[in-house]
Ligand binder design. Structure first.
Ligand code: COA
Ligand code: AMP
Length: 626
């Protein structure tokens, strides 16, 4: 079907459109309805459908005689290990691990934290949870113990699954001490911690609740798939919001599976014959949707890469992977290509590898600047396809649809048109639609399509307050942007306190809470400054308490260490400026929107309500000198 037909059907009659699309997956009991409204803002997809996501991802393909197809190519330049697992092998390992989880008392609806590096045991643990109806919450390895503790408490995790270590370019990150510290800090204590021991480092399993992965699975019986309702939660994934507390985005089983099937086939343009590589981490939504669930539900082969774009061992790493596994298409953040270009500006490393299997490259997670776009396109000579989405949506909102006839061509700077089900409007502060080309708040008209989260774990009102309360009948994405006359969408950046560092979403509010807890700080603002490699990096602007004795250098060291200890290395908080005052309105509110513009080197208007306009010039000078 052509794009226009499909899109119109999805907007004009969403229930019928998605019910038809739902037939593309193998339900135990197919749904009789698409959309069921319980109120204007509350609705369910495929309410009476019964399924199991692990069944769709594994058993179904084995039943279809495709058990020998490779499910995962594991490639780990940091350890030198390469391994592949067929669908049949993966099914066997997942079923036994799921059986061991059941034996340990994990039942349908129980919650499990997975804190693991990019090794095969991570998707095995995820799929095992899905198999028995346990709800997993994967925590990215770059987060510190206290972030892990917050998540353990919020989901009241019954089990933690971890590995002895992760391996970064130049260091080994021991995970088990971080888990121990997190459990110490958490009020809730998980009953069991399963530890996968890697050759690089053996972890101490000294607590009574600790168990080695191998001991855990020994003698366990393979578990069958639990029959689940479409709306039963599959996972919770925490993401940064505009407050200091991360949000646990809840994903269902049925809507998610239907949406990922469409996305993998129609957006990424791939099928079971393809090898696909999402160069991200299972700790992010890209990893959930497009390293694990999407490609597996579609029966394709997915690359699980434990390495970086550079330094593992060099700027040719990505081209080697494409060539080794004959990758059809890949997805990564533009930062990764900027890093490669930084080390190998001419792209000379690419000439050592055969990348001819690659049909197109998708990028997302942050703005794709035009120079990076042209660098990738010129080097690889394939379409470079920017697309836009969020943890909350779980799959692309705007994207070219490479699986359809005549996909809409790329327009540099745009993330293309809406995918089926997303009715995108640009609204001004009063909720009025902005005319074509005008910049405003990007909002999505309700109902949202299947797969999009409809809840925040443990906080029933937070979803409504965060996304639905500003504009009646719309979901507020938190991004600003505009649309051109042909519906192409252009993202201009976040309109809130979320920043994007190397494609990682972080909350400046959370960093501000940590910085302002230092005894010498009177007040502070953390904003995202433009960075040539990472897109944005956080910088702290701090005002000292009167009479404070600490030197600027000592203060900077202390604040950087504190953010790293509380949030983790991933925060990349490395710059602190001591200023005399922060710009404020007459009513005493810090003008964060203006600070954001200064830090991003954008032009800004001096607000009429500002109390101390001269401070803006001072801050601009500070930041220019960085
Ligand atoms: N476990 C533990 N620590 C981690 C980690 C993990 N999984 N991932 C990153 N870190 C640490 C890094 O070691 C680094 O620590 P340091 O401050 O001690 O050096 C810190 O977190 C910041 O990491 P990162 O932002 O990755 O910076 P980098 O300088 O190590 O690498 C890039 C720069 C561009 C190569 C890297 O950011 C990258 O590959 N980006 C792609 C982004 C991406 O995949 N995004 C996913 C969304 S699509
Ligand atoms: P996350 O929830 O971590 O996936 O981050 C989502 C946010 O990343 C979005 O709200 C955007 O601000 C940003 N983002 C994602 N994709 C793009 C893109 N293609 N262009 C610009 N920003 C993007």
């Amino acid at each position: 079907m052509e794009y226009a037909n499909q899109y119109d059907n999805s907007i004009n009659n969403p229930s019928r459109y998605w019910l038809e699309r739902s037939q593309a997956i193998n339900w135990y009991v197919p749904p009789s309805t698409g959309l069921t409204n319980t109120s204007d803002t509350q609705y369910n997809w495929f309410e009476d459908g019964l399924l199991n996501t692990c069944y769709l991802a594994l058993d179904y393909h084995v039943e279809q005689g495709r058990g020998d197809t490779v499910a995962f190519y594991y490639d780990s330049p940091v350890t030198g290990v390469k391994q592949q697992l067929s669908y049949a092998q993966l099914l066997a390992q997942v079923s036994v691990f799921a059986g061991a989880m059941k034996r340990a008392g994990i039942c349908k609806g129980d919650t499990v934290i997975i804190y693991m590096p990019m090794i095969l045991q991570a998707p095995i643990a995820m799929l095992a949870c899905a198999r028995i109806g346990a709800i997993h919450s994967v925590v990215f390895g770059g987060f510190a113990a206290s972030e892990l503790a917050v998540r353990i408490d919020d989901i009241q995790a019954k089990m933690v699954i971890t590995a002895s270590c992760g391996i970064e370019v130049d260091k080994i990150i021991a995970y088990k001490p971080l888990v121990d510290e997190a459990i110490k800090q958490a009020t809730h204590k998980p009953a069991t911690t399963v530890v996968y021991q890697r050759e690089t480092l053996t972890a101490q399993c000294s607590r009574a609740s600790d168990i080695d992965w191998m001991d855990f699975i020994i003698g366990a019986e393979a578990a069958p798939c639990e029959i689940l309702k479409s709306n039963d939660p599959l996972y919770i994934l925490y993401t940064s919001g505009t407050t200091g507390k991360p949000k646990g985005v809840v994903r269902d089983n049925g809507g998610h599976a239907v949406a990922l099937k469409l996305a993998f086939n129609d957006i990424y343009g791939l099928s079971a014959k393809d090898v696909w590589w999402a160069a991200s981490d299972i700790g992010w939504v890209v990893g959930h949707s497009f390293i694990v669930y999407g490609p597996l539900i579609c029966g394709a082969s997915s690359v699980l890469y434990e390495g970086k774009p550079i330094k593992t061992p060099n700027a040719g790493a990505f081209w080697r992977v494409i060539s080794d596994y004959k990758v059809s298409s890949m997805l990564c953040a533009p930062t990764a290509f900027r890093a490669i270009r930084g080390d190998d500006p001419q792209g000379a490393c690419a000439s050592h590898y055969d990348t001819s299997s690659l049909r197109w490259v998708f990028v997302a997670g942050e703005r794709l600047d035009s120079s990076t776009y042209h660098w990738i396109a010129d080097l690889l000579k394939v379409p470079v396809l920017d697309h836009w989405w969020q943890t909350e949506t779980g799959w692309p909102i705007t994207a070219p649809m490479m699986g359809l006839n005549n996909p809409r061509p790329t327009r540099v700077g745009s993330t293309n048109n809406c995918t089926p089900g997303y009715d995108l409007r640009i609204l001004d502060e009063d909720g009025q639609e902005v005319s074509t080309g005008g910049v405003g708040n990007i909002c999505l008209k309700l109902p949202l399509p299947p797969g999009v989260s409809t809840g925040i774990w443990n906080q029933p009102n937070r979803y409504h307050n965060a996304y639905l309360s500003t504009y009646a009948g719309f979901y507020k994405t938190g991004d600003g942007g505009y649309k051109d006359e042909q519906g192409y969408v252009y993202i201009t950046g976040r309109t809130d306190d979320v920043i994007n560092v190397a494609g990682h979403r972080l909350s400046t509010a959370e960093m501000e809470e940590i910085v302002s807890s230092h005894e010498a700080i009177a007040e502070c603002a953390v904003v995202g400054a433009t960075d040539a490699l990472k897109g944005q990096v956080p910088i702290g602007l701090v005002v000292l308490k009167a009479g404070s004795k600490i030197s600027n250098a000592d203060l900077q060291t202390a604040l950087i260490a504190r953010v790293r200890q509380k949030i983790g290395a991933v925060a990349c908080f490395k710059e602190v400026f001591v200023v005399n005052r922060l710009p404020k309105t007459r009513s005493g509110k810090i003008l964060r929107a203006v600070l954001r513009k200064i830090a991003a080197a954008e032009t800004f208007q001096i607000p009429a309500t500002i109390d101390n306009p001269e401070i803006l010039g001072e801050i601009k000078e500070y930041l220019k000198a960085r």
